[in-house]
Design a protein around this ligand. Sequence first.
Ligand code: GFB
Length: 309
Amino acid sequence: MKKTSRIYVAGHTGLVGSALIRALRARSFTNLITRTHKALDLTQQGAVERFFKKERPEYVFVAAAKVGGIHANNTYPAEFIQQNLAIQTHVLDMAYKYGVKKLLLLASSCIYPKRCRQPMKEDQLFTGLMEPTNEPYGVAKLAGIKMCEAYNRQYGTQFVPVIPANAYGPNDHFGENGHVLAALVAKFHEAKSKNKKKVTLWGTGKPKREFFFVDDLADACLFLMERYREIGVINFGPGVETSIAQLAKRIQKVVGWKGDIEFDTTRPDGNPRRLLDSSRIRALGWSAKVPLEDGLRITYDWYTRTQVR
Ligand code: GFB
């Protein structure tokens, strides 16, 4: 990419998209193309075509998606599969039609089989059934991977599907429908402000996740856009696992609340583990920089400055 290349970040107001914009600006890329959801509905094919025809982006990051935590995935399965399939289908097809040089499609570590060997390697995709709570979202993302491969094979495009670990950071959704880390930040903050003695979390607290600070994630995406010469699917994450119970303790400390944590085991646990094997990106010279403690502090600071009245 040149500093003046026309770069489209789809989903630029979201968790990942906003971090991509920060990373691109910090590296002096000047020609960034964005559209709010209101200005461009990516589930509408005609609108996406008009946009590509007018703007002619050269590089595309597809960070636009219908996303959420375990509760949202479980409650709105139809929206998760329909919107994600539609967004990907339109953006990838128009990227091909209007000659995009390279595109990165962001998927998620939840698309690996539920009973996957850990850490999960790229060649274990499509080898088993997914965790049911996120299957509709996961199936849409698997279709996105196959769509990249099919277009690359038939049309010679450079569409790269990438699989990051669980992202967190500024611009995440901090309510009930959010991902676990953001949801816990909001729950503990509320407990502190309202002097509550107890916070109830979901599941057993035993599942483990690989939490990935979103500025590191964006840094890896730029690295892959510029340095990854292949087109095959690639994992990336910090390589550190944390259980939900450990995460809760750490967030409790950052927030500064001293009550009790209880687990509601009638709520689903989701995947037991989800650690990515990121050896391929490490071999290329990339590694994560922000430890969980620092990322949590930055996230909580952002939350209290922008989301709480
Ligand atoms: O955030 P979450 O849905 O992420 O849930 P996933 C992770 C774990 O945290 C589960 C527990 O075991 C939950 O039971 N948990 C405990 C909570 N308390 C809470 C809470 O208050 N809120 C939430 N959300 N969880 C998402 C997928 O899965 O990860 C998405 O659903 C996507 O599709 C994303 O892939 C990266 O890690 O289970």
